[in-house]
Design a binder for this molecule. Sequence first.
Ligand SMILES: NC(=O)C1=CN([C@@H]2O[C@H](COP(=O)(O)OP(=O)(O)OC[C@H]3O[C@@H](n4cnc5c(N)ncnc54)[C@H](OP(=O)(O)O)[C@@H]3O)[C@@H](O)[C@H]2O)C=CC1
Ligand SMILES: O=C(O)[C@H](O)CS(=O)(=O)O
Length: 465
Amino acid sequence: MYINGQWLTADEQIEVVNPAVNEVIATVPKGGAGEASKAVDAAYEAFTSWSKKTAGERAELLMAWYRLIDENKEEIGRIMTEEQGKPLQEAIGEVTYANSFISWYAEEGKRIYGETIPASDPKKRLFVSRQPVGVVAAITPWNFPAAMITRKVAPALASGCTAVVKPASATPLTALKLAELAHEAGIPNGVLNVVTGDSKSVAGAWMEDSRVRKVTFTGSTEIGKVLMKQAADTMKKVSLELGGHAPFIVTAHADIEKAAKGLIGSKFRNAGQTCVCANRVYVHESIEKEFIEAFKAEVKTLKVGNGMESGVNIGPLIDKDAVEKVQSQLEDAKSKGAVVEMGGETKGNYVTPAVLTNVTDEMDCMVDETFGPLAPITVYRTTEEVIKRANNTPFGLAAYVFSEHLSEAIEISEGLEYGIVGLNDGLPSVAQAPFGGFKESGLGREGGHHGMDEFLEVKYISLGL
Ligand SMILES: NC(=O)C1=CN([C@@H]2O[C@H](COP(=O)(O)OP(=O)(O)OC[C@H]3O[C@@H](n4cnc5c(N)ncnc54)[C@H](OP(=O)(O)O)[C@@H]3O)[C@@H](O)[C@H]2O)C=CC1
Ligand SMILES: O=C(O)[C@H](O)CS(=O)(=O)O
């Protein structure tokens, strides 16, 4: 654990397992409520001086961190592949993606503008400023061990906030490496703290602590709801990036090859373990066979294996529970009439990319988040039908539409109840754009100037002359 610029241990340890080979590769301290509170002490103490630095001074330190991360991206990538499983090139790509939040927010921190408001009383002047909220608690998932941390910590620190971070227990090593580089970059003690350990004890202590003014979480909707309820006791600001169930719509006017490649990118990134992965595919009946053949041809090119091997596209899932969930959805779909066109074989934590056809909305994979390499394809007939079916879910994070017909594409995009729409684009996530969901996919946005607002309080100053 990295608290107040110090590396701390604990009596108990948490084992870190390489999902590719199911072997323990490291242990990290199992912190609890005591360490959690110590981290808040440090962050609270550091807040005064850190928030009084100029945005330019904070930006310089963030960019020093950025440069060290960039210089070490291969090493960080290897750490990530070994603890999370994603192929090395994809892991290095995530480090670059994670770093883009640091560089983007280092600059954005210099643009936290206020405003003056014309007074209705000539003897008054009205001002509005935006100030850092204070100590931020960030709780992050295992599927993007670097990006889900910097997507929170970069805007928090750039705005003048300080942070306490609890990474997923499955993937703490990446977080600790990022902390080591932050220390080396000269980010002052207490500004960034990383506590590894029992999530309920660590997060529980943070949620009860009134000094923590903001909680930002990425993970399951189930845990997001727990945190939202806990936040109410001390009225913390809340940002939640939760589960998804993305529809992927291929219309009669789609560029078939572009759609097939777009689905490969959306569905099989991180072996299907992202909250914005296509989870159900709706293909217009008129192009069903043509699209399925094009998609299967692309799937055949995917290589499954240990992420450290060159040329591997699909690594292992995070653990056996994840494999069992995919297997369960596959068996359920088959029992309800789905045809397995290819894939779905399992060995250890590996699952070969599966393509299902003859799918109906009653199958579990069309309702529950898969978080694995399973592509269920169903057909639709009208635009009205597909919008209705695509929206028939409690989730609302990402959706995809492939159509070369402008008015059709706009009509569907506008009709979808989702925070992110990939229009002829299977990979929409970038640092400069707002990422977040409608409905039970979350609250708030990360990325872009919207993502900075999550760490700011608006203050109105009325000056009597
Ligand atoms: N919208 C988005 O951007 C994303 C959403 N997700 C969603 O998250 C799920 C998969 O990720 P996964 O990591 O398993 O999600 P979880 O919600 O189980 O875990 C996320 C984080 O929350 C912690 N946590 C678990 N239980 C509690 C608790 N009771 N109180 C406080 N913190 C807790 C975990 O710690 P520990 O590891 O120690 O248990 C981990 O750090 C999927 O539903 C996926 O869709 C995932 C990534 C991105
Ligand atoms: O954890 C996730 O799934 C990420 O939010 C997806 S993305 O931002 O990397 O697209």
